[in-house]
Design a protein around this ligand. Structure first.
Ligand SMILES: Cc1cc2nc3c(=O)[nH]c(=O)nc-3n(C[C@H](O)[C@H](O)[C@H](O)COP(=O)(O)OP(=O)(O)OC[C@H]3O[C@@H](n4cnc5c(N)ncnc54)[C@H](O)[C@@H]3O)c2cc1C
Length: 380
């Protein structure tokens, strides 16, 4: 880059903290660091011209897990660990709302549903059997009776071929684009510099001066005291040692539909498919379970296999006897691991990471950002 003195002493001046990745985690980490250290020079480097991982591509469910998802998650963790995680998701959502405002992010508490069709009879029985247990487990963290049987709402919501519904009145939805726009504005208002279009290629440490780290990008190098890697599904590019598996999520949205009855957020097929209304449109996504191997990728894209199944679900379950057309399709990349916890740690002196949201970053992202900021600033 043909860098001028002016640029070198303004945009590209040495930073106290460099955050790599401008997703929800990176931006919340930046905000919390600035909060703790108001005079610090905080810089966020994002490789794309907008955040381009999962935060602007997701489905905008403000949720903490459907009943069948929680049942599966309890098989992977202890009751205490699961409760801790659900609490983090719930508190993360509260933090997100408080930071940005419900009106700004189009937060709508229309409730969430889990949908069971004929083929899901066994899953349904399992869920009904565990409903009271989970309601009692979650009552102090979330509130009174989280999960309700709600078969009477099937026709009101315009659903077909659905045998059973479980309703969760605490679930909500947001507009993820407005959320990220507001978060970027809040960071900038707080004096945080965000540079888009700068991919970090690596970082180098002066052995003698452990606190001086050179961040290497395509266009320039910059020195910092501390670096925090918040690149989620792409973290292995900089940190190959981390246990992270990428998972692509494909998302589709219909054109507006006259008199749409669907309202709220919906989980189907153990949470592998999800759909909701966005005003008078239907947004639907998921389907990684149809081809885990192919969907374990950091490459964006849409496949015919998943689009066909999504089409079937729209035709047979959500919009039977209604004329509809796809309007847009896109994909985003999530980060998964063997355990459900994110990786928030100091990897070597002054190099930190906060990654692996396990597909729940709308809920948990603000808390992950907060946690790494407390670690980095020594406030924890
Ligand atoms: C299709 C889909 C649907 C989802 N639906 C929901 C939902 O309804 N509810 C929910 O809670 N969660 C949902 N999620 C998950 C949620 O969106 C993510 O967990 C969350 O956004 C992750 O945030 P992040 O900041 O960790 O990562 P990201 O948003 O992926 O941000 C990482 C950023 O790092 C940047 N980057 C990568 N490498 C570099 C580099 N070398 N240099 C500079 N920048 C780099 C990327 O461009 C990206 O912008 C969904 C995800 C997807 C993909």
């Amino acid at each position: 880059m043909n860098q001028s003195y002016w640029e070198r002493t303004s945009f590209f001046k040495d930073a106290d903290y460099v955050i790599i990745g401008a997703g929800i985690v990176g931006l919340f980490a930046a905000l919390e660091i600035k909060n703790k250290k108001p005079s610090a020079n905080v810089l966020v480097l994002e490789r794309s011209f907008l955040p381009d991982g999962a935060s602007t591509k997701n489905a905008g469910f403000a949720c903490f897990g459907s009943l069948s998802e929680l049942i599966v998650q309890l098989q992977k963790s202890s009751e205490t660990e699961l409760l801790h995680l659900v609490k983090k998701r719930w508190e993360g959502l509260k933090k997100l709302r408080q930071a940005l405002g419900d009106d700004v992010i189009d937060f709508n508490n229309w409730g969430g549903y889990e949908v069971f069709t004929e083929k899901d009879e066994l899953l349904w029985e399992e869920c009904v059997g565990q409903l009271n247990y989970f309601n009692s487990l979650l009552k102090d963290t979330i509130g009174k009776q989280v999960f309700h049987l709600a078969d009477e709402k099937i026709s009101e919501l315009g659903l077909s071929n659905v045998k059973h519904l479980i309703f969760n009145p605490y679930e909500a939805q947001i507009h993820s684009g407005k959320m990220m726009q507001a978060l970027i504005n809040k960071c900038r208002d707080s004096g945080i510099e965000i540079l888009f279009g700068h991919e970090v290629k690596g970082y180098e440490k002066e052995k003698e001066v452990l606190s001086n780290i050179k961040i290497v990008t395509e266009h320039f190098n910059i020195n910092t005291q501390k670096v925090i890697i918040c690149t989620n599904a792409f973290a292995k590019e900089l940190l190959p040692e981390l246990e992270i598996t990428p998972g692509r999520g494909q998302v589709f949205i219909t054109k507006p539909i006259k008199n749409l009855s669907l309202k709220g957020t919906f989980h189907y097929d153990e949470g592998y498919f999800y759909f909701r209304n966005v005003d008078d449109r239907v947004l639907i996504g998921g389907g990684r379970n149809l081809n885990f191997e192919k969907e374990t990728t950091t490459t964006f894209g849409i496949t015919a296999e998943i689009k066909n199944e999504i089409t079937r679900i729209l035709n047979e379950i959500i919009l039977k006897n209604t004329h509809w057309e796809f309007d847009m399709e896109w994909s985003g990349i999530m980060a998964f691991g063997e355990t459900l916890s994110p990786i928030i740690k100091e990897l070597s002196p002054n190099v930190y990471c906060a990654v692996r949201c396990n597909g729940m970053g709308v809920a948990i992202g603000s808390k992950i950002g907060e946690e790494v900021a407390l670690l980095v600033t020594g406030s924890r």
